[in-house]
Write a protein that binds this ligand. Structure first.
Ligand code: ADP
Ligand code: MG
Ligand code: ZN
Length: 617
């Protein structure tokens, strides 16, 4: 197995659970595999397919994905094909002939094909050893992308008695899981469940204040690399894409209001590294298996934690460090509430509101975001993180300190009460700092005893302290378009009893983008130098070469080599066939096919910089 893994896929070791699943399948037993996005589910049926004498049939919901998967397998020297509606009658005939001659190991098929009797009959004449059902959650109405055609899959049981089934998905809710088992009659199957922790992703929530500028800074840091930015509305995707284009960033909008052809083209440009930034509604993503998305931004608040996890899951499938940044403002919460209030059905309205409440909780909380996500999906963060800080969310990465907030809290609470809890946050801060704005003058608040009571404090510090007090439920912000600041009962008691209060604040100001950028640097260091200390300029040259080969072959660049492979090349500087074959992703076929092209670029670079092959004996 190890040998097949290197020879065909170019990998040195299995990812968690892959080996167990593969042995199980080689024993001709059934399985339900639940593994996070990017966990490496495909390999679980692709590698057994190489060992089986007969055919492995793969059901996959998306035509675009099928082509990429097949291109990827072919590039590794594995005989694979797909049959779907994009092929002509003659092309299908040709593939059928090769299937009959047993010249194909893996066949991808769209679920709607299985409704065609003739086609099923044809499949029945073949020697099928394994049936894999990818994205198996599509069979369940409880899931997020139910595909009625997936119900056709029930017929597989009848038509292929005795052929083992393996169902794979990244969706783990219990409801969906039992639905898959029932629909596919998988009662005997062993369930393989891997952790949902995506350790190479960093999670950050940023206050949505200077969001456009921050976004530009983030995108410049990732210059030329792939990013997805999710927005709430179609209109805002267009506006934001235009604003980014003005900055000479290669960005395109994507939403369900664009015509099919335009959407297809945009998606293809993204997959082929011709445009690096997609500004999209949630309509974008299903069917994007691009392994090297380095950044997923939520420019507006998502609707649920499930949605958020799924969308951020599109970052870093290749396992390299990638960032997920959510911009959050109170205004977004109000916007969502407005739409929720328009839902007529009260049960449905409550369900939607509950989902929203959880993502708001995530955005506002003052503790580890990864731990929250793990817990949300029913895992135990203490076990997964070993009781340690996750080191890759904004909370865990920001150094903190405790401070005595007794006096300032007293000042803030008195001020809020003095102005009868009838004003918003910014107004309260103006009074505290003694800012005589026109509004203050108009209301004659400059004469209040609390006016200027916290003159020495910076605006941003006061803002942070007030937010901390809100988090502690000492203050509360009302809902509505103009939220007011009020003191809770707890706050009132505190004020009366003059209790001592200690708050914990970050030592880096919240609106300092530095905090966001350190995350990446930190993970990079931990993931080992290959990921960070590679020669960036050589990496760029290799990327250009990869793109030109990909264009010639009419495949996406990642089919040729992934970013992991290029980074390793730009770190180890292999200069012989032997060294080159040690690089991740270099199997037998890719060595023969692309070795010389890449080696010559590396040799030139190494020579001019006077650098040695780090893999040479
Ligand atoms: P999933 O379907 O679970 O989202 P994929 O099968 O698409 O994940 O794999 C995600 C990425 O991980 C792909 O780029 C794949 O080539 C890579 N990968 C899978 N298994 C391994 C492995 N054992 N070693 C290195 N890379 C792997
Ligand atoms: Mg997959
Ligand atoms: Zn954390």
């Amino acid at each position: 197995m190890q040998k097949l893994l290197k020879t065909y896929f170019g990998y040195d070791s299995f990812r968690p659970l892959q080996e167990e699943i593969i042995s199980h399948i080689l024993d001709k037993k059934e399985a339900l595999v639940i593994m996070a996005t990017g966990g490496g589910k495909s390999l679980c049926y692709q590698l057994p397919a190489l060992k089986f004498k007969g055919l492995t049939l793969v059901i996959s919901p998306l035509i675009a994905l099928m082509k990429d998967q097949v291109d990827g397998l072919n590039a590794n020297g594995i005989a694979a094909e797909f049959i779907n509606s994009t092929l002509s009658y003659d092309q299908i005939r040709e593939i059928q002939t090769r299937l009959k001659r047993e010249q194909i190991k893996i066949l991808y098929v769209a679920p709607e094909r299985l409704a065609i009797g003739d086609f099923l009959d044809f499949l029945g004449t073949l020697n099928v050893d394994l049936i894999a059902i990818d994205e198996a959650h599509c069979i369940s109405e409880w899931g997020h992308d139910f595909r009625p055609e997936y119900r056709n899959l029930k017929s597989l049981r009848k038509n292929f008695p005795g052929v083992p089934l393996i169902a794979l998905t990244a969706t783990a809710t219990n409801q969906v899981r039992s639905d898959i088992i029932e629909q596919l009659n998988l009662q005997e199957a062993r369930v393989f469940l891997s952790s949902f922790n995506r350790s190479n992703l960093s999670y950050q929530v940023r206050p949505k204040k200077n969001a456009l500028n921050e976004l530009k800074t983030l995108l410049k840091k990732y210059a030329g690399e792939s990013a997805i930015i999710y927005c709430f509305s179609r209109k805002s995707t267009e506006e934001l894409a235009a604003a980014l284009q003005d900055e000479n960033l290669r960005a395109l909008p994507y939403h369900a209001g664009l015509d099919v052809e335009k959407r297809r083209k945009t998606q293809e440009q993204f997959i082929r590294d011709e445009v690096s930034i997609i500004v999209a509604t949630v309509a974008f993503g299903m069917g994007i298996d691009k392994p090297n998305v380095r950044l997923v931004v939520h420019y507006d608040l998502p609707k649920s934690v499930e949605g958020y996890y799924q969308e951020t899951g599109r970052a870093g499938r290749d396992g390299l460090p990638s960032d997920c940044v959510l911009f959050y403002s109170y205004g977004d919460k109000i916007k969502h509430n407005f739409f929720i209030n328009q839902i007529d059905d009260s049960d449905q309205r409550e369900a939607v509101a509950e989902k929203l409440a959880r993502i708001i909780e995530y955005a506002e909380m003052q503790s580890c975001r990864r731990a929250y996500l793990l817990e949300y999906f029913g895992e135990n963060p203490d076990i997964i993180l070993g009781g340690q800080s996750c080191q890759s969310c904004d909370f865990c990465l920001t150094p903190k300190e405790n401070f005595d907030a007794t006096e300032i809290t007293w000042k803030i609470l008195s001020t809020v009460i003095r102005i009868e809890e009838r004003f918003g946050l910014n107004y309260v801060i103006d009074i505290l700092r003694g800012h005589e704005t026109p509004k203050v003058r108009e209301r004659q608040h400059a004469g209040l005893p609390v006016f200027g009571i916290a003159k020495e404090q910076k605006q941003t510090d006061l803002l942070e302290i007030i937010e901390l007090l809100i988090a502690q439920k000492i203050l509360i912000k009302t809902s509505g378009e103009y939220p007011l600041l009020k003191v809770t009962d707890e706050g009132k008691t505190l004020l009366k009893t003059r209790q001592k209060i200690t708050l914990t604040k970050s030592t880096i100001p919240k609106d300092d983008l530095q905090a966001a950028t350190t995350t990446r640097a930190k993970i990079k260091k931990e993931a080992g130098h290959v990921v960070s200390d590679y020669h960036q300029d050589l990496f760029e040259e290799l990327r250009v070469l990869r793109k030109s080969i990909a264009d010639k072959k009419r495949v996406p660049p990642f089919i040729i080599f992934g970013d992991v492979s290029l980074r390793e090349m730009a770190f180890y500087l292999p200069q012989s066939n032997e060294s080159f074959s040690f690089i991740t992703g270099v199997g037998r076929v890719k060595l023969a096919e692309y070795g010389e092209d890449f080696l010559s670029v590396i040799r030139n670079y190494a020579q001019s910089e006077n650098l040695a092959d780090r893999l040479a004996k």
